[in-house]
Design a protein around this ligand. Structure first.
Ligand code: ZN
Length: 372
């Protein structure tokens, strides 16, 4: 099997696939998959492609990724949509996030001759955007067709300092909070005639700001309440404010739910004698961890072993960072892990990866396909 991931990546960079544009990149990718089935799942502006082949009766393994990139922005020294190779590095928008990963799994799968089950590729043009019409839509459709994968590998860039040092086995969720404390404004010279929301607020703020809602575990850091905005008053000294507004966020682990957070905030409001308030909590994404699923052990152990064989490094199992499409796999009960190149220039000018990392990533996926 000849390694072709670097050549494929160079070609992928030339497509200006800024979310949700697809620019016929799928036509190029599919050209490697003669004899595989393909289904287009398009909705609104988003284009999704699902390619699969049934080699045998065993499990269904899916490689997933996004072909869209964020806009280049300013500060580039080269054309962001032209692959430039220099000193073993490859520059271009999407080299790390995540056309590099897509190139590696396309190259690893394209010449596959044997597999005890089904192999598929799930590609979307809407990961960097709202993601309503991307991976989650494809999974809804696959579910109706009874074709949901059993296991999934997402080739997002997960490594921190060295290639092979980290895989993602889950992600934290995110809950946004909006609290308004009601009062009654009036002249500062007659405080007894006012209900000043600022005066009761000190105790409450101290009881919640920066506090951990759980102790974390082997997979997650503690879920911390982080205050993001606080405002009240009229920027004057003779008038007390009529209300106070606080915004906050919790990146929550599987040990803390939205209900736990609501109880925590309400209890502390009560303790601080604050009774007139409105509290709104919105869960933007749910936390998940690949540890109890039917295939999770096999998935995590096989990819870890493949990484060790190629890089000589034992990857740590992380759930840090922002959200990714892996959350949708978690929602549909699909065991999922993420592994890809070093993540240190994503979304930045002069985004780059190294030729060696892309080749090694392809080797890891080839090894993984043989051993899973
Ligand atoms: Zn990405």
């Amino acid at each position: 099997m000849e390694l072709q991931s670097v050549d494929i990546l160079k070609k992928l960079i030339t497509y200006k696939t800024i979310t949700p544009k697809e620019e016929n990149i799928y036509q190029y990718i599919y050209s490697f998959f003669d004899g595989w089935e393909k289904i287009h799942f398009d909705r609104n502006e988003t284009k999704n492609l699902f390619i699969y082949k049934k080699f045998g009766e065993g499990e269904h393994l899916c490689f997933a990724g996004h072909i869209d990139v964020v806009p280049p922005g300013d500060g580039w020294e080269t054309d962001p949509f032209e692959p430039i190779e220099k000193d073993g590095k490859l520059f271009g928008r999407g080299t790390q996030d995540m056309k590099g990963g897509v190139a590696a799994f396309v190259s690893a799968c394209k010449d596959l001759k044997e597999f005890n089950g089904t192999v598929s590729l799930l590609l979307t043009s809407d990961e960097e955007g709202d993601a309503y019409d991307g991976t989650i839509f494809v999974l809804e459709e696959l579910k109706k067709m009874k074709m949901l994968p059993d296991m999934c590998v997402i080739a997002e860039p997960t490594c921190e300092e060295k290639f092979g040092d980290a895989i993602k086995v889950g992600r934290r969720g995110s809950i946004n909070g909006y609290l308004t404390i009601e009062g009654f404004s009036g002249h500062a010279a007659y405080p007894e005639k006012c209900d000043n929301p600022l005066h009761n607020f000190g105790d409450f703020l101290a009881s919640v700001a920066g506090l951990d809602l759980d102790n974390g575990d082997d997979f997650f850091a503690p879920s911390k309440l982080v205050v993001t905005d606080l405002r009240s008053g009229y920027e004057v000294t003779n008038l007390t404010p009529g209300s106070l507004k606080m915004m906050f966020n919790v990146r929550n682990s599987t040990n803390t739910t939205k209900e736990d957070l609501e109880k925590f905030v309400k209890t502390n409001l009560e303790k601080s004698n604050i009774s007139k308030y409105q509290l709104e909590l919105k869960q933007g994404s749910f936390p998940f961890v690949t540890k109890e699923g039917k295939y999770s052990k096999r998935l995590v152990e096989t990819i870890s072993k493949s990484i060790e064989e190629i890089s000589g490094i034992t990857p740590k199992r992380s759930t840090a960072g922002g959200t990714s499409d892996a959350r949708f796999m978690g929602q549909f009960g699909i065991d999922v892990i993420e592994f890809g190149v070093i993540n240190d220039t994503i979304h930045s000018p002069n985004e780059r990866t190294t030729i060696k990392e892309i080749e090694d990533l392809e080797k890891v996926f080839i090894n993984f396909l043989t051993n899973i």
